[in-house]
Ligand binder design. Structure first.
Ligand code: PLP
Length: 456
């Protein structure tokens, strides 16, 4: 592109694009970041500056890295052959991807297509609501969600979100969504207790009993909380959660929008913890951002609840997502999965994830400001504190300054951002699943330098 064309693009962007999660005032006096190219883990902006992207497209999405011709070719071929038909009919990649996906998810068997993580979660909530309506006059309709978890941007997905700043000013919310406590040992008064995981899960049981088990339809959880601060479930947590759900007939809905498709070193985050969910939702890494696709997966038992005599006109799942019928979505997802398999990326995630955790833990020796490093696979957070003893969180401006310094050095890192008023203090790393030791060294070195600059 010629320099004039470039400045026109920046000017069009500045005049007309309303960017996500952005206060536009500063853009009146500066230019937006415009990304024009990507290859592997590197992206290039409109001024030709290259960055190492340690957050897979900003929000844990480009799992197999940029510039994958096999995915682009698969999408192109599919679009030329048959771009779209509403998903009330089948299509070839939709059937093939469902088969391959279900192979990786023992115990689950039905795949429902839509096109964003929020929407996939909404399908889960609608299933619960309709099931309640069909089975007991709508009574068992409530959805429990956890403090600090995020389930999406629509009003109902936000109603199921435990992040005060994400929700603030967007109410009133959908009724029937009830919060339960989080399970972050680092921030819990009883977090050092070896039994903390079981105790944290039992807090959920208290809420079920308070609300009335006959009113609670499902519990929606991230297997590892992402934007709420990279929170891993403590020992014993998920086993107890599963027992509680079974005891009270509460469906377990696991939101794999971030953790799914290899991010944590298994195909799905919940598979580390031996749980058997009833509903699993996924989006971001399903096609690594090469096409918009999300998926709600259920058990055959849940699916069977919606089988009825066709003369009963209301008892099937009367839901549609127009763009759930875009055939390029599953075509991209198939090619994406093939890459993960053929390049043994789960092994790479486990090896590189360990190296990343070790490297960050080493940084703790040098930087008192790092209170805790948490993570699984290539999904890692470093919580910043004013004082390691009191664990008082740093102000979000400190985490922002660290991320800005890394960006100046050419490395894009993430941070919890306008999620929780008190706890926007965690640096987040989620490089593509193909990353190497050299990439990790570059990421960790930039954080080392940034922490030095910010705390000096
Ligand atoms: C755990 C989780 N669930 C759901 C969503 C919503 O996905 P989307 O932005 O595609 O609607 C997100 C997005 O960040 C997420 O992190």
């Amino acid at each position: 592109m010629k320099p004039n064309d470039l400045s026109e693009i920046v000017s069009s962007d500045k005049s007309h694009v309303w960017h996500h999660l952005s206060q536009h005032k500063p853009l009146q006096t500066s230019d937006p970041l415009v990304i024009v190219e990507g290859k592997g883990l590197r992206v290039t902006d409109i001024n030709g500056r290259e960055y190492l992207d340690a957050v897979s497209g900003g929000v844990w999405t480009v799992n197999v890295g940029y510039g994958r011709e096999s995915i682009a070719d698969a999408v192109r071929d599919q679009l030329v052959k048959m771009c779209y038909f509403a998903n009330s009919a089948g299509n070839i990649p939709g059937a093939q991807f469902a088969e391959k996906l279900i192979d990786k998810m023992p115990g689950l068997s039905r795949v429902y297509y839509s096109n964003s993580g929020s929407e996939a979660n909404e399908k889960g909530f609608k299933l619960v609501r309709q099931l309640a309506a069909m089975k007991n006059d709508g009574k068992k309709h409530k959805v429990l969600y956890r403090d600090r978890d995020y389930h999406g941007t629509t009003i109902t997905a936000l109603s199921a979100t435990g992040q005060d700043q994400r929700k603030d000013q967007y109410g009133p919310f959908t009724p029937g969504f009830v919060e339960v406590p989080h399970c972050l040992a680092y921030r819990a008064p009883n977090g050092d207790d070896p039994d903390y995981g079981v105790q944290a899960a039992k807090e959920i049981e208290k809420v079920i009993l308070r609300e009335g088990p006959d009113t609670v339809g499902s519990l929606c959880l991230e297997p590892i909380t992402a934007g709420g601060g990279v929170i891993l479930p403590p020992e014993g947590y998920f086993e107890t959660v599963q027992e509680i759900c079974q005891k009270y007939g509460v469906l377990l809905h696991i939101d794999e929008v971030v953790c799914g498709m290899g991010r944590t070193g298994k195909w799905f985050g919940y598979q580390h913890y031996g749980v058997k969910p009833d509903i699993v939702t996924m989006a971001k890494g399903v096609a690594s951002g090469y096409a918009a696709i999300s998926v709600t997966v259920t058990t055959e038992d849940l699916f069977n609840e919606f089988l009825a005599d066709p003369s009963d006109k209301m008892s099937y799942f009367r839901d549609i997502s127009t763009f759930g019928g875009v055939a390029g979505g599953p075509a991209a997802a198939l090619a994406n999965m093939k890459i993960i398999e053929e390049e043994n990326l789960l092994d790479n995630v486990n090896n590189m994830g360990e190296y990343l955790m070790d490297s960050l833990n080493e940084l703790m020796g040098k930087h008192e400001i790092i209170g805790q490093v948490r993570g699984k696979g290539l999904f890692v957070g470093a919580e910043l504190v004013k004082d390691r003893n009191t664990r008082e969180p740093v102000d979000e401006s400190v985490a922002a300054a660290v991320a800005a310094d890394c960006l100046k050095q050419g490395v894009m890192i993430g941070r919890t951002n306008r999620s929780l008023a008190e706890y926007n203090n965690t640096l987040c790393l989620s490089p593509a699943l193909i990353c190497t030791k050299d990439d990790i060294d570059e990421i960790v070195n930039s954080i080392d330098v940034a922490l030095g600059n910010v705390t000096q």
